[in-house]
Ligand binder design. Sequence first.
Ligand code: TPP
Ligand code: MG
Length: 364
Amino acid sequence: MAKAKTPAKVTRTETHSQAGGILLETRLTREQQLELFRWMVLNREFDNKISLLYRRGLVIGAAFSSLGQEATSCASTFAVEKDDIIAPMIRNAGSTLVKGLPPRDFLANYMYRINSPTGGRDGNTHMGDLRYGIIAPISMLGCSIALASGFVLAARMKGQERVALTWIGEGSTSTGEFHEDVNFAAVMKAPLVVIIENNQYAYSTPTSQQCAAERFSDKAIGYGIKHSVTIDGNDANAVYETSKDAVDRARAGQGTQLFEVLTFRRKGHAEHDPAKYVPKDVLEHWEKNDPLQRYGAYLKELGYIDDDGIHEMTAKIRADIEAAEEWVMQQPKPDPATVLQGVYADQRHPAHMDDEFLYDRKYR
Ligand SMILES: Cc1ncc(C[n+]2csc(CCOP(=O)(O)OP(=O)(O)O)c2C)c(N)n1
Ligand SMILES: [Mg+2]
């Protein structure tokens, strides 16, 4: 952590917990830490459900998992406000859920139902909902950064103090778009936070084969961005604290912020990829470094929750996801005859039939 925090609530001399090795100095209350843990469990259970649905042939688009990266999505989004904007990528289901999109809407999108943010047009994660401040993930790697900075620069012209948070894989930082977009945002002092999620692989390409920089956070200096750090992305408190500092600085007018979280993609690029190119010992190392296990162990050490509490929490989340799936299965799929609707201005998108304004969605 780069700078001193508001007074720490812990009196011990250790900086990290014995169990889980979690950063002890945090502004989060007991209740907030339990809530953050709950989001991380939801993130994992949601991903597990998508994986199962994919295997049953009920999700037919690519199904992306963030197994092992739950802290990087959930703890960072925990640091933004309701009116802030997030621009997630394919591996940030947790961010979308924390920002408020109901799991059943997300599930409905994966299962291409009319009652979903894209009205059944997209069978995976490329959907957003501006009612919750969520910009849809963009396939062209790097492009989300320009959209996110454009959004908050426009907000600034309207006198609003909105901050945008976006994530980018370490592989995507080698695109021209990343360079152009971060440079533009930094020059304009856009209130934007860019988190580089270094999960060690870009599809089958390991980090060592696509970038010679020692640390991805070093890229910040080329854009004049200060305070860039590389942190343990599997430590939810560290991710929250670093994100909160960056969001606060961006809101205070200090311009674009960027930092790197070290984590690992524990599944293939998507469900179709068995990731046989990942060495077994590396995978085992990161399995032992699991963000949920670590945060759970830490919360137990503090006496905030016990094993029964974790089981109860997980069972409730699973039941909610089952109920969401049941609801989704009742929803109709789009009529193929409507495929051109929403492509041109003269025919409204089926998910926005009643909209007075495109983003005032009433798809439910
Ligand atoms: C400009 C561009 N090039 C290539 C692709 C194909 N592609 C999609 S995801 C991906 C790997 C991205 O790796 P990384 O940025 O590390 O993110 P991760 O999947 O590890 O989260 C590639 C090459 C694309 N979508 N856009
Ligand atoms: Mg990657």
